[in-house]
Design a protein around this ligand. Structure first.
Ligand code: PBG
Length: 310
């Protein structure tokens, strides 16, 4: 009766990894309990989301190594893995929202989110042109929300204008506005096959964990450029950022409880250091208390089941 915040399955976005093969699901060793799914398994996943009351899934492809290149051309292939995945979900469950990641890292041979110069430095403006094209390809496949996660400057404006011109006025942009150069992304990079490829780090485009005012500037820019909602990422180590964004800007803010956070909860539970379900629900309500409209979490189906029981 007196709880100030509530958590419901409708707060959750469920990230799913897509396998290119058709041989069944592929477990991810550093994300125990999470697998990559072939496209043919996605209709069942979409129906599972619907049955659990989860409104939206986020799709991430593991592009076959042979299709990765320095120019990331596969990102613009209208029949690439992510586009086939989007169609599979929308055909099976049109009422389930589909969010796609706009960034080049699943497609580049070097694992960076953008195109690079000879020295390996990410090229902002050349990347932004590709990201706008990539968003169009995903929107044409049926994505409801495109989510630029690359942290290039000016990409939200470029994507918004490309979407308008191509007649995708209703496609929303959820911008990864404050995304930190974090040590918590390791299992994700295993899942999309970029960890072994990555040369160097992402500090020239992702944020310094020491900075908070910069996060507010990043969010302000993305909103001014046309973002409908913003993401703070990772989640739990950045609750202060979520709170400040929520207080300063009147847009929905989402937390991405990232792969390393998932792994930390699972490892603690496996070591007997804590109860998995209790740890999970406590972290999720913390995001709501901090001001989140919702949370992207690999634990979405686990949490939705727990919430359905309570
Ligand atoms: C890359 C991207 C990353 C994540 C989502 N999109 C990793 C990175 O920036 O290296 C991380 C998500 C997670 O760790 O769960 N565009």
């Amino acid at each position: 009766m007196l709880a100030e915040t509530v958590l419901t399955p409708s707060d959750l976005i469920w990230p799913l990894f897509i396998a290119a093969g058709e041989d069944g699901e592929e477990p991810i060793a550093t994300l125990p309990g999470v697998s990559r799914y072939p496209v043919r398994n996605l209709p069942a996943k979409a129906r599972e989301a619907r049955a659990l009351g989860i409104p939206c899934v986020a799709l991430f492809p593991n592009t076959p190594p042979g299709l990765r290149s320095s120019g990331a051309a596969e990102a613009l292939n209208p029949d690439n893995l992510i586009c086939r995945a989007v169609k599979a979900v929308k055909d099976a469950a049109p009422d389930i929202g589909v969010l796609t990641d706009v960034a080049l890292d699943p497609y580049t041979a070097h694992g960076h989110d953008g195109l690079t110069d000879e020295a390996g430095y990410v090229l902002n403006d050349a990347t932004v042109e590709m990201l706008a094209e990539q968003a169009l390809v995903q929107a044409a496949a049926g994505a409801d929300i495109v989510a630029p996660s690359d942290m290039m400057d000016g990409r939200v404006a470029a994507i918004r204008s490309a979407l308008e011109q191509a007649g995708h006025a209703n496609v929303q942009i959820m911008a990864y506005a404050a995304k930190y150069a974090s040590a918590f992304y390791g299992p994700f990079r295993d899942a999309v096959g970029s960890r072994g490829l990555l040369k160097g780090d992402k500090k020239s485009y992702q944020m310094d964990p020491a900075n908070a005012a910069e996060a507010l500037r990043e969010v302000a820019l993305d909103i001014a450029e046309g973002a409908d909602h913003v993401i703070v990422k990772p989640g739990l180590p950045y609750l202060d950022i979520i709170r400040r964004v929520k207080e300063r800007f009147e847009v929905p803010v989402f937390a991405y409880q990232v792969s390393g956070e998932y792994a930390m909860i699972e490892a603690a539970a496996a070591a007997g250091a804590g109860d998995r379900d209790a740890l999970l629900l406590e972290t999720l309500i913390a995001f709501k208390r901090a001001g989140c409209a919702g949370i992207l979490t690999y634990h979405a189906p686990v949490a939705a089941r727990l919430l359905g029981k309570s």
